[in-house]
Design a protein around this ligand. Structure first.
Ligand code: CUA
Length: 328
């Protein structure tokens, strides 16, 4: 194999990582485990058939190769009842072997049954961020979803603007979020960890900037997180207090909710903004400097951003960023 071929193979295979954060081949839920079981059956069946075909082809090529100039046409054979039956029945059997577990998995993963202890989560896809609400817990967050390990989650997906698609590859699914329609998706996360997700339906200029993170944690840790999200924000002091005053008198209040301060409903709920590791739908770490950069010019940071440039001064943006990041 020449060097060029090696380089080409390396370039083409560069996107292939078995255990990358967006790999569907790593299962973190019963849903994905079911899909992977079907995937394994189909892969092994295809591999076995390919191996059989190549072995038989090789044997035939070798056995019937031309050894001396042939005197004329070889014996002409027409029809073979046994063979005809065999290559009709064998593929039917293979399809049956694939179809039975596939249909079982389709019914298992698409079941509408909701166990009474299921955790309901409302997912709303916005241009270009994710809203998550837990109606039974009275908790709202954005872009960062916490789920307890081992408990069934029932997602109810709704869209206020255009079609998006909710997809966390290692947990399974990929379900469209369609305006005017309620879609459902259900699974049980069974492995503690951090999972990456991404909007999987083109929804405008910042479609690629519409990421999310799911944090699956032990039930006790999840309960602690819920409790922390229900705590009212403490009264800020110093620069944060100044930031709060700027927030309260600016256009921010028209779109964002901070409990006790504002009740906007067009942008992410910021009541516990500082508790989220990333902001901007998974784009940047929630640090004062990054938040300042964002506040100074949102559309420059994220093309098409619905949050306009409010022309804040450096001092205003910094005070606001200190306030927002203090909201744990
Ligand atoms: Cu939302 Cu693509």
């Amino acid at each position: 194999m020449c060097a060029c071929t090696l380089i080409l193979v390396a370039a083409l295979a560069g996107g292939c990582a078995f255990d990358g954060p967006m790999s569907t081949l790593v299962a973190g839920s019963d849903f994905n485990r079911s899909i992977l079981s079907v995937y394994a059956i189909i892969t092994w069946a295809s591999a076995a058939i390919a191996a059989l075909v190549f072995v038989v082809l090789g044997l035939v090529l070798f056995r019937y190769r031309e050894r001396a100039p042939a005197p004329g046409l070889p014996a002409q054979v027409r029809g073979h009842t046994g063979l005809e039956l065999a290559w009709t029945i064998a593929p039917a059997v293979v399809l049956l072997i694939i179809a039975i577990p596939t249909i079982q998995v389709v019914f298992r993963t698409q079941s509408a049954a909701t166990p009474s202890d299921a955790l309901e989560v409302t997912v709303r896809g916005w241009q270009w961020w994710w809203e998550f609400r837990y109606p039974s817990l009275d908790v709202a967050t954005a872009n960062e979803l916490h789920l307890p390990r081992g408990r069934r989650v029932v997602f109810s997906l709704e869209g206020p603007d255009v079609i998006h698609s909710f997809w966390v590859p290692q947990l399974g699914g990929k379900r469209d979020v369609v305006p005017g329609r309620q879609n459902r998706l259900s699974y049980t996360p069974d492995r503690v960890g951090e999972y990456w997700g991404q909007c999987a339906e083109f929804c405008g200029v910042s479609h690629a900037n519409m990421g999310l993170r799911v944090i699956v944690e032990e039930p006790a840790d999840f309960d602690r997180w819920v409790a922390s999200q229900k705590v009212a924000p403490v009264e800020p002091d110093g620069a944060a207090a100044e930031g709060k005053a700027i927030f309260a008198r600016s256009a921010c209040v028209g779109c964002h909710t901070i409990r006790g301060v504002s009740a906007g409903a067009l942008g992410p709920d910021l009541t516990h903004f500082g508790s989220r590791a990333l902001f901007g739908a998974g784009l940047w770490p929630t640090t004062v400097d990054r938040v300042v950069a964002w506040l100074k010019d949102p559309p420059a940071m994220k093309p098409g951003s619905k949050m306009p440039n409010l022309h804040l001064t450096d001092a205003e943006a910094r005070a606001l960023a200190v306030y927002l990041t203090s909201l744990k």
